[in-house]
Design a protein around this ligand. Sequence first.
Ligand code: 5CA
Length: 446
Amino acid sequence: MRLTQGFIPTIKETPNEAQIASHRLMLRAGLVRQTSAGIYAWLPLGLRVLRNIERIVREEQDASGAQELLMPTIQPAELWRESGRYDDYGAEMLRIQDRHERDMLYGPTNEEMITDLFRQSVRSYRELPKLLYHIQWKFRDEVRPRFGVMRGREFLMKDAYSFDLDHAGAVVSYRKMMLAYMRTFQRLGLKAIPMEADTGPIGGDLSHEFIILAPTGESQVFYDAAFEEIDYLARGAGGFRHDSAADLERFFREMTSHYAATDEKHDTVKWDAVAPERRREGRGIEVGHIFYFGDKYTKAMNATVTGPDGKQVHPEMGSYGIGVSRLVGAVIEASHDDAGIIWPESIAPFRAAILNLKPGDAACDAACAKLYDALGADALYDDREDRAGVKFNDADLMGHPWQLVVGPRGAASGKIELKRRASGERVELTPEDALTRISAGVDRRA
Ligand code: 5CA
């Protein structure tokens, strides 16, 4: 995209409504704009990141055997009256009436709706297990929306739901999702720790939150230093197969054999058993949350299948959420410096920025045109008639992994400068060599 033709409104000043780095940088780099409290418009640069995260989340869900569908944002109140949650959910639920005065709501989550879809169509245990997901906007009228997209009122979630015949099957589905989550976060360049967690209004008795360590996180967390030492991420993403129950059990044991809990589930007796020098305490951002809750919804909503013995049984369920829009903020919290964002290659809005330091200079224009031709949609071409300093600052702020700097002196002798945003390293080389360097090892499977 040519910057002069784009809609990327960057801001020089620090917006004073933003308290944390990711919120400030998302506004300054022109990723989002707030339209109401806790509700954001995604501008082109922000939308590209959101879509990239969505793509990785989707690929890992698909790889785990989950099937994508799309449920609506607006739901009928009757389903929630059946489960008993219509009253329980309280003021966080946005309630609406249609012209016929029927009670509707903007979905904060979809357990009821997926259970309804399931009970309409699935009749026999032979059709199980079923693992279904969608990526859809949610609304929760949070008391204190804050930190930009991290705690919004409208936000994008990936939510998956599993249906199994019995407890043993449900546990396999739960572990499968845990593996898919560790792979997802690893591809996003994040170190996420699965922690024992409270089940809250979703209900159930087994639950893990996936926490990214960050001083600005909303949760207080306690964990064993083992999570710093063992390369559990690489192992989690590597050897384990999602279709082997034994692999899944080994993986689950590795993820859960060391102490890690959020403050709601913190157990001082277990904590005391951790050697003092191994105890770590800090703040974290919850980027995902998985729940096993058995037949809570299938029972309340009378969803049954015929079991092997011909009797009707209520399938066992789990639900599995990832905060897709929250992740944009969480990645920035984990990866930025004073100058701006540092995108991991897998989700960067553009892989490279081309900085033409002298538009109008024949050699500069020609070299930039050549780079832009080769990179196409992966490049943001800064073709503005502006000072070099402005272009450097904006490129650092927007955080493209690579910058291709084309100045008149270098261009005349067939050279450009390649800058790596993460390390600040700069090298002078030919445009061809620069293109080879930046094309290597990119995580863009789609
Ligand atoms: N039904 C379950 C799982 S599908 C559920 O709703 N879980 S949840 O409440 O924990 O939400 C799932 C994920 O959505 C959270 O881990 C978090 O990353 C994200 N999320 C929750 N509330 C917000 C919010 N207000 N703003 C942004 N992201 C949020």
